[in-house]
Design a protein around this ligand. Structure first.
Ligand code: BJW
Length: 247
């Protein structure tokens, strides 16, 4: 019988595409205080500072490209015969771009499909109106001067990002998949931020084999059955090749 797979990714998978992680040397939280740019209180206090932070990252994303780890996961998604859920904490669109270069995935990533990609912490290339809650595709810089394209109110447009203290997206669907999966793999995440850091506990508690692929042992490393350490562009394609042999 085909096995069900849940893959969780974090900033480490995009590091070799040139996007900074959060907590390592040179990480975003070494250059910016979380309390200034990644909480709803920060946005209420100084929205222009928060917009500047996310506008800068939206611009950097234009220069970045999916790497061998993103492409390997896209190959796995295309070949996997069981359910495949790719949950990313990342707000970049590098998984989408890798999947787009793999046509069967683009077709399968539909609500009723066998394969799904979920952005639990939101997406840089979307904006949301804090007044009417409508979400829009957004490529350009965002500012307090923007009107909501739907309700036409000014001053409420915000990045479609989950900040500390806010509810991550798609949690019901993610927990259902964690409870039903046979294999859970966590890639490029430090295990500092909940609820994602608790996914291994949920999957393991329901019988899944849990694998960590990361540059170093994460905070929750001891909860995994298996850990493989090194650069994502090395460890992920190697692991994918092994999985494809049993797919
Ligand atoms: C490589 C590599 C290479 C490098 N190859 N690897 C006390 C206890 C428990 C929880 C809480 C608590 N107090 C408060 C909370 C809740 C809080 C929380 O977790 N706080 C902790 C800091 C303690 N969480 C929240 O508030 C969340 N909401 C919430 O909990 O709602 C209630 C709820 C509960 C249960 C169910 C449902 C709801 C919201 C969290 C929002 C996180 N937002 C951010 C910023 C926004 C997005 C953005 O701007 O991009 O999301 S914070 C930041 O951290 C970002 C990331 O997605 C997230 C995770 O970071 P990640 O991906 O792990 O990156 P790093 O940098 O930490 O690690 C990178 C790893 O890669 C490292 O290990 C490197 O070694 C490795 N690496 N290069 C392979 N080449």
């Amino acid at each position: 019988m085909a096995k069900n797979l849940v893959v969780l990714t974090g900033a480490g998978i995009s590091a070799e595409s040139g996007l900074a992680t959060f907590r390592g040397n040179g990480g975003l939280w070494h250059q910016h205080r979380v309390e200034d740019v990644a909480t709803p209180e920060a946005f209420a206090r100084n929205p222009e500072l928060v917009h500047t932070f996310y506008n800068m990252r939206r611009q950097q994303l234009k220069e970045a490209h999916p790497n061998a780890a993103h492409h390997a996961l896209a190959r796995l998604a295309a070949a996997w015969r069981g359910d495949f859920l790719l949950v990313t904490q990342n707000v970049d669109d590098l998984h989408e771009r890798a999947l787009a270069s793999c046509p069967p995935c683009a077709e399968e990533n539909k609500p009723e499909g066998r394969f799904r990609l979920l952005h639990m912490h939101g997406e840089l290339k979307k904006a949301r109106c804090g007044a009417c809650e409508e979400v829009f595709a957004w490529e350009e810089n965002l500012s307090t001067a923007h009107l909501c394209p739907a309700c036409r109110l000014a001053g409420h447009m915000r990045p479609h990002i989950v900040w500390f203290g806010e509810m991550p997206l798609e949690m019901a669907r993610i927990y259902a998949a964690l409870r039903a999966c046979d294999v859970f793999v966590s890639i490029g995440t430090s295990g500092n931020v909940y609820p994602a850091a608790g996914f291994v506990h949920e999957a393991s508690g329901h019988g899944a084999h849990c694998v960590e692929l990361n540059m170093e042992r994460s905070l929750g490393a001891s909860l995994f059955h298996e850990g493989r350490y090194g650069a994502a562009t090395q460890r992920v394609p190697e692991w994918v090749e092994e999985m494809l042999r049993v797919a």
